[in-house]
Design a protein around this ligand. Structure first.
Ligand code: IPM
Ligand code: MG
Length: 353
């Protein structure tokens, strides 16, 4: 039985980097078939909507979704409901992709690309488990309205205990397969929503006696991530805090151009995308780093299809090209060899053998 992958190249550098990931998958000759569809600005241009019905159907039919990136200045003036980002939030919610795994791994070859001292980051290997379909991102009521003659903006931070429990379980399971340490991040000193978050995490802990659970307030967590990031193994947090902390964690590794992500539903179906955005400033120039997307494809093989050996082969090939000294512009340093998007993808294909 072939696995069906819905491919959403998206906007900006999306199509270029996705093409390289597909090259790598093709080189492994796996039983995969692709169905391409539009998301974000590309979809707005073609249909007027960021997450059109045809894309919804293709994504629902698929066993997994591989996404490039969405967004760009061209669509920034549109009303909120028609912007590319709405397409991304729409597909996450529609497919029930509540569990977002964002690994931040420092490749030894890139240690000097980090803004932090090598001794602070060398060997860094953490995973942020971010809740992705709740919190203030989706809470109602929300809006901007006039009250007593002035404009008021408001959003709702809200979590049900069932939502906290299911992301908690993903995080405990993730920690169990790794260093067995889980840090739950909240703001319980101020926000009731996150008091409940902490309570539910504590209630789950006895079911995972092999995992050590700790708690940290989000402001302290932001500080600890740059002070001593290696104290963390797995971090679990809500949608909003996770958005912020995962960008911070990504930058510890030197380049956000290296980091993949997985967004999973309750059955393990997932959407896989690089953590970086659509980089419209360099789109179409053939200089973008395709490695985060290639590593996202590896996560897809592992998490959605259970093809661990093929996933590990891709990851080894990425390490091999870095060891050969190949670098795209974002990770270039003197003494290494500057390559473009396609050359990097082809080098990974060559290193698979
Ligand atoms: C991310 C992005 C998105 C988010 C945006 C583009 C809506 O920043 O995936 O982290 O906030 O979730
Ligand atoms: Mg973000």
């Amino acid at each position: 039985m072939k696995k069906r992958v819905c491919v959403l190249p998206g906007d900006g550098i999306g199509p270029e980097i996705v093409a390289e990931a597909v090259k790598v998958l093709d080189a492994l000759a796996l039983p995969i078939e692709y169905e391409y569809a539009l998301l974000g600005g590309a979809a707005i241009d073609a249909t007027g909507e960021p997450y059109p019905e045809a894309t919804r159907e293709a994504a629902r039919r698929a066993d997994a979704v591989l996404l490039g990136a969405v967004g760009g200045p061209k669509w920034d003036e549109l009303p909120r409901a028609q912007r590319p980002e709405r397409g991304l939030l729409g597909i996450r919610k529609d497919l029930g992709l509540f569990a977002n795994l964002r690994p931040a791994v420092l490749f030894p070859e890139l240690a000097s690309a980090s803004a932090l001292k090598p001794e602070v980051v060398s060997g860094l290997d953490i995973v942020i488990v971010r809740e992705l379909t709740g919190d203030i991102y989706f809470g109602e009521p929300r809006g901007i309205e006039v009250r007593d003659g002035e404009r008021v903006g408001f959003n709702t931070m809200i979590y049900r205990e069932s939502e906290i429990r299911r992301i908690g379980r993903v995080a405990f399971e993730t920690a169990r397969r790794r260093g067995k340490k889980l840090c739950s991040v909240d703001k319980m000193n101020v926000l009731e929503t996150t008091q409940l978050w902490r309570d539910v995490m504590n209630e789950l802990a006895p079911e995972y006696p092999d995992v050590t659970l700790t708690h940290m307030l989000v402001d302290n967590a932001a500080m600890q991530l740059v002070r001593a990031p290696k104290q963390f193994d797995v971090i679990v947090t809500g949608n909003m805090f996770g958005d912020i902390l995962s960008d911070e964690a990504a930058m510890l590794t030197g380049s956000i151009g290296m980091l993949p992500s997985a967004s999973l539903d309750e059955q393990g179906k997932g959407l896989y995308e690089p953590c970086h955005g659509s980089a419209p400033d360099i789109a179409g120039q053939g200089v973008a780093n395709p490695l985060a997307t290639i590593l996202s494809a590896a996560m897809m093989l592992r998490h959605s299809f259970g093809w661990e050996e093929a996933a590990a082969r891709i990851e080894r090939a990425v390490r091999a090209v870095l060891a050969q000294g190949l670098r795209t512009r974002d990770i270039f340093e003197p003494g290494t060899r500057l390559v473009g998007t396609a050359e990097m993808g082809e080098a990974v294909v060559a290193a698979l053998r």
